[in-house]
Write a protein of this length. Structure first.
Length: 264
């Protein structure tokens, strides 16, 4: 893409599309059409979004509920904390429906018999790839609530939210998904053998979709230090919450662990 190009027109409605450095898929703010900026291959993936159930007040309530208590959290976490930032960001994801079969041969050594084994591990996945090249989002742990998926519409976005287009196109996303699935299948082999002698994975991508998910990014301060909480704006679930380390040493850690175990 020439450096001097700063905007193009939407191929569907003709509206102007403002470009940001690194973006390869851009979403029209007028009709919601997702368009490829680079390459000759047309962009034909379905474009969806997750319907947001949490507005700003709802996200704040979810954060306060998380601060109230839980495993290994300080007793005064909510009382001594204050939320310093809160923003809803629509993150781009590619979701691939994948069938994977791994043929393996190896040795089971944990029983002390060195038993040779071979077989096939078959799994079906809805595998997600974040469409951004930077950021510290826990994509692997994030469970996309696909049941809340709706056709993309800018009118359905959270007020004053920030929208991010994709910096990864669908071809690269599919390659990354294939690599991730292959690595994950190899991790599963640990349940069957301790020494893998041979493993070959066949990855079949059956379908693909491009969607945006509303994520509330928040920062809270506790005893002078910042921590992060990420809330799924669609499901209301906490995607990640940073828990402060115990300030009273090992004794406080044991006290908190016992409280959570017997009263949690």
């Amino acid at each position: 893409m020439p450096e001097l190009v700063e905007s193009i027109s939407c191929p569907k409605c003709g509206g102007p599309l403002n470009l940001t450095t690194g973006e390869v898929i851009v979403t029209c703010p007028y009709c919601g059409t997702a368009s490829r900026i680079e390459g000759d291959k047309p962009f034909v993936l379905r474009h969806s979004m997750l319907a947001a159930r949490l507005d700003r007040d709802g996200a704040m309530r979810a954060i306060q509920g998380w601060l109230d208590g839980g495993v290994m959290k300080p007793d005064d976490l909510r009382k001594a904390s204050r939320v310093t930032s809160l923003e809803c960001v629509y993150l781009p994801f590619y979701v691939f429906e994948v069938d994977a079969t791994t043929a393996y041969a190896g040795v089971l050594t944990r029983t002390g018999t060195n038993e040779r084994r071979n077989g096939n591990v078959r799994r079906d996945y809805f595998w997600k790839i974040l469409g951004r090249r930077s950021g510290d989002f826990p994509t692997r742990d994030y469970k996309i609530p696909l049941a809340l998926k709706v056709p993309f519409s800018t009118a359905g976005m959270v007020h004053d939210s920030r929208f991010l287009n994709a910096e990864v196109d669908e071809d690269e996303a599919e390659r990354l998904a294939r690599e991730d699935v292959d690595a994950h299948q190899r991790e599963l082999l640990r349940d069957f053998v301790d020494l893998v002698e041979n493993a070959t994975t066949q990855v079949d991508v059956k379908d693909a979709e491009f969607l945006h998910a509303p994520i509330w990014f928040s920062t809270y301060e506790y005893r002078g230090r910042p921590y992060t909480i990420l809330i799924d704006g669609a499901s209301g679930e906490v995607v990640r919450g940073d828990i402060p380390a115990p300030t009273g040493g090992f004794g406080e850690f044991l006290k908190g662990a016992s409280r959570d175990l017997f009263h949690g």
